[in-house]
Design a protein around this ligand. Structure first.
Ligand code: FAD
Length: 383
């Protein structure tokens, strides 16, 4: 079997790439390790920024992807219990982001693709000869397959096989441990009016809506020094009330709990021979700023455009520029995410950094250009 683009991984990056390529008449096959049900139910990100929304709108997929998705409202930041509000979409020049849970986005992107493009439960995927690529895999019945292709798109996330198929010494890898942990919990507690972040001397906390009657909560903890898995639920509720400045929070049952340790990673370059890395396969970012999924979608759009130009116009310049274009955007967001992370967590750092973080926050409420720059990054940059 042969195709133009073999896409490894059916996450947001791989599925967006497949949709954009097919719209432009470029054939592709998506190989995914997991089952369709598993992929369609994996909960992660929740915000499709304005720029990512435009990617779908400009490719004629707005109805399929964005239908019924609520738009972002104001953001509430409570500093030591004192509320402050930022109208982020208005500050960005009326460019709201959409609230689209990742599993819903994935489900919708799968629904727009014909069955024959998607191969779920493709086991032992291996990439060979990346100058004239061949991808091998085994299906659930144990039958081996060989797929010849012109390009491989490595969309298989941080733990996938695409990046590790690149010979040693080619990539420069940058890693950073922010030294911050989040304990996140789901509970049947009424949603806050606006997405709520609390900054208090006890640490950072947040509460985001998950439907009208459910909330996802976050509590900052110190990795290595504290283990929130051993915290009694009542202690977590007490911390949430303290840090969010809300004594009315009920001690509801937590229906899910997770630990997130904030790390950042970038691999350069994102291209090796005819393999192009896309999304989390090349970079991961902290959740502050909500850019992880949006970076994956922007990479996919850049690669789709570049491959389409080669296929239809025999012009390879955009494909040669793919890695540089995506890395510039990635580092821009890594800087933003780190800036944001410090602003809301450094209240627990040394007194000097605590003062800097407060000054950074105050600037958003006293300088309209600073607030507009923040909102511009939240909406997504246009490159
Ligand atoms: P992925 O979504 O990881 O997709 C990769 C796909 O490849 C998966 O379907 C995987 O099963 C498949 N795969 C893996 N290995 C193989 C293999 N060997 N062969 C074939 N297929 C393979 N981002 C935000 O913006 N906001 C958030 O709130 C947020 N929360 C997150 C919470 C968690 C717990 C995690 C892990 C991530 C979170 N992120 C968040 C990040 C966001 O989910 C990712 O940036 C986004 O999923 C990246 O999309 P992707 O398609 O590049 O990779």
């Amino acid at each position: 079997e042969s195709t133009t683009v073999a896409i490894i991984g059916a996450g947001p990056a791989g599925l967006t790439l497949a949709n954009l390529l097919r719209r432009d008449g470029v054939d592709c096959v998506v190989l995914e390790l997991r089952s369709r049900a598993y992929v369609e139910n994996r909960q992660r990100a929740g915000i499709l920024d304005n720029h990512a929304g435009r990617i779908f709108a400009e490719s004629g997929l707005a109805d399929q992807v964005l239908a019924g998705a609520p738009v972002e409202t104001k953001l509430e930041i409570r500093y030591d219990g004192e509320p402050r509000f930022l109208d982020v979409p208005a500050l960005a020049g009326d460019r709201p982001s959409h609230l689209v849970p990742q599993q819903l986005l994935v489900r919708r992107l799968i629904a727009t693709l014909p069955e024959e493009v998607l191969r779920f439960e493709a086991l032992d995927i291996a990439l060979h000869d990346l100058d004239t690529p061949v991808v091998t895999y085994r299906d659930m019945a144990g039958v081996s397959h060989e797929l010849r292709c012109t390009y491989v798109a490595g969309c298989d996330g941080f733990h996938g096989i695409s990046r590790t198929s690149i010979p040693a010494g080619v990539l420069t890898e940058y890693t950073f441990d922010h030294g911050i942990g989040w304990y996140t919990m789901l509970a049947d507690a009424p949603a806050p009016r606006y997405p709520l972040m609390g900054i208090s001397p006890h640490g950072f906390a947040a509460q985001f809506a998950r439907g009208p009657q459910a909330s996802r909560f976050y509590l900052q903890y110190r990795p290595g020094e504290e283990d929130p898995r051993s915290w009694p639920d009542e202690y977590a509720w007490q911390q949430l009330r303290l840090r969010l400045g809300d004594n009315s929070l009920p001690s509801a049952t937590f229906t899910a709990r997770e630990i997130v340790e904030m790390r950042s990673y970038v691999a350069e370059p994102m291209t090796y021979a005819r393999l192009h890395l896309v999304g989390d396969a090349a970079h991961i970012i902290t959740p502050m700023g909500a850019k992880g999924m949006n970076l994956a979608l922007s990479d996919a759009a850049t690669l789709a455009r570049a491959i389409t130009t080669v296929v239809h116009d025999q012009d390879e310049s955009a494909l040669h520029a793919y890695s540089d274009v995506c890395l510039q955007r990635t580092w821009n967001y890594q800087e933003f995410s780190r800036w944001y992370t410090e602003m809301v967590h450094d209240i627990t750092a040394d007194p000097f950094r605590r003062k800097l973080a407060k000054a950074r926050l105050d600037r958003l409420f006293t300088s309209p250009p600073a607030a507009a720059a923040f909102a511009d990054l939240m909406a997504g940059t246009l490159t």
